[in-house]
Design a protein around this ligand. Structure first.
Ligand SMILES: CC(C)(COP(=O)(O)OP(=O)(O)OC[C@H]1O[C@@H](n2cnc3c(N)ncnc32)[C@H](O)[C@@H]1OP(=O)(O)O)[C@@H](O)C(=O)NCCC(=O)NCCS
Length: 178
């Protein structure tokens, strides 16, 4: 996967695969500040096939954007609706607050989708925070089913998309109508 480069006021940001441990500080700050890093754990990045994408500042090496993908069956009703396999789950999507709305999240997500596609994955799904729903919609994801509350983390909804958009949207239309 060729690395994508993004300009920022703090220097160039390189988007590439990283060691899972390098993402922990940013995940903790953005996604799980109510837990210790030990309680947070690896959030699935130790599953077979899992990879972590990072956006690294060239000046310091700091990880300022991240997400992770791993093979995992979609939750019940979505799995019954969509027959394309294999499916991968997207997790731990985060951008450093001071560098948001500069395209880092979109680039990290593009790299994750490219990795899944190169690995033969047909479908990517996630438990999305509803606050980030429009971000995922901008990347071609659609919502499935009803929202639920994850306590301290807030409301969530399942979102998904194919890695190959040319496959059409028959199932997406059915999912939206569900
Ligand atoms: C969601 C998040 C990762 C986006 O990162 P980012 O680097 O700011 O995203 P980008 O700059 O690439 O934004 C891409 C698009 O999504 C939009 N967008 C980003 N965050 C958004 C949000 N929270 N709500 C609505 N739209 C959003 C941007 O406006 C942009 O749209 P555009 O391309 O039309 O300009 C970041 O806001 C974040 O870390 N949020 C807190 C953690 C979180 O909710 N993670 C998702 C867990 S499921």
């Amino acid at each position: 996967m060729p690395a994508e480069l993004i300009d920022s006021p703090e220097g160039t940001i390189e988007i590439r695969l990283i060691e899972p441990s390098l993402a922990l500080r940013l995940r903790h700050e953005v996604l799980r500040p109510h837990q210790s890093i030990e309680e947070m754990g690896l959030m699935g990045s130790d599953q077979p096939g899992a990879v972590v994408i990072g956006g690294l500042l060239s000046t310091s090496g700091e990880v300022v954007g991240t997400c992770a993908v791993a093979p995992e069956e979609p939750p019940g009703a979505l799995g019954e609706l969509v027959t394309d396999r294999p499916a991968w789950r997207l997790r731990s999507m985060a951008t450093a607050p001071r560098l948001r709305s500069r395209g880092i999240g979109a680039a990290v997500l593009r790299a994750a989708l490219a990795h899944v596609k190169e690995s033969g994955g047909a479908l990517v799904w996630c438990n999305a925070r509803t606050a980030a729903r429009r971000f995922y919609e901008g990347a071609g994801f659609v919502a499935f089913g009803s929202e639920w509350d994850e306590g301290a983390i807030g409301p969530h909804i399942v979102m998904w998309r194919r890695t190959d958009e040319s496959k059409g949207n028959r199932d997406e239309r059915r999912a939206k109508g569900s």
